[in-house]
Design a protein around this ligand. Sequence first.
Ligand code: FAD
Length: 322
Amino acid sequence: MSVIVLIEHTGGTIKKKNFEAVHYATQIAKQTGTTVTALVLGAVAAAEMESLGQYGAQKVLHVADSRLDELHARAYAGALIAAAQNEGSKIIVTLHDIGGRMVAPRVAVKLGAGLVAGALSYPDTEKGFVIKKAVFSGKAFAYVNILSDVKVIMLMPNTFPATKIEGRAAIEQLDVSFGEGDFGVKVKAVNKVTGEVALADAELVVSGGRGMKGPENWGILEELAKELGAATACSRPVADSHWRPHHEHVGQTGGTVRPNLYIAVGISGAIQHLAGVNGSKIIVVINKDPEAPFFKAANYGVVGDAMEILPRLTAAVRKFKQ
Ligand code: FAD
């Protein structure tokens, strides 16, 4: 009857957001008087899997089929259903990220389960099983009561901490039989982003918009990011104009980030952009137009020309670090 959590990994490395999901599931397990089982698919070292115990998983179910090294939505959904049935789980947790979005709805449909996407709270079990989620691109919240017996929760990354506890998970192998159709999608190439802070996991993000004028000006933005140890991001028109790669595009149609600090440079603050960044803890806006809508969502604002402000900010950070 444990709460089951789908763990994603990249080449055997489990990223922080999964530890957040395990921590989240641990709190739900406490609320519902059960335990947490993590499901790991494909090749991951035993020590890496055991480390899930430090975030509250008592058990890891491991499906060691090498075809699962890469994300195959149907196969992942099949494995998650098999694991849930193996454990008698009624509560299934995934992340609200690309992997979760591909897998969780399939699982919910197959199990006839209610699903909450983009969960921002623990379930309120006194009112039923009510979970808060953002709607209308973060302009409002909905409180969704899952009435079905089996419940699927897609947790928004960077919402809860990945708090460590004493613990080591016991690993059990799980055999799952897959059909050929489960691997119908062939991955032709994987474009690895190296040498930068990964955007999805970044605590600090420096992001540029059309106000940066062109790709030739990105050096000063990257210098600030480097000095801060931050990831770089951009608005959609910037990615559409090929000034920056598409994986940096944040917003309604791009990635969602929830860093501790989001510095927006030359970005107007359209609702579609805010949808991907308004969960950031602190937002700093640099814009030459004092009427730019982004200032309404900002904790701190600097009115001025990015070309002047960015080098000064970088120099100040450098000085502060000395
Ligand atoms: P602009 O709106 O052109 O703003 C540029 C800003 O830079 C201005 O505020 C200007 O004052 C400022 N500026 C100019 N020069 C300087 C300077 N020298 N120094 C400082 N500031 C300066 N957008 C996204 O970002 N992400 C999405 O996911 C997304 N999805 C969308 C989905 C749909 C269905 C639609 C219709 C739109 C979507 N958009 C998205 C586009 C969105 O509506 C905006 O058009 C876009 O966010 C604007 O990008 P921007 O702020 O970089 O550019």
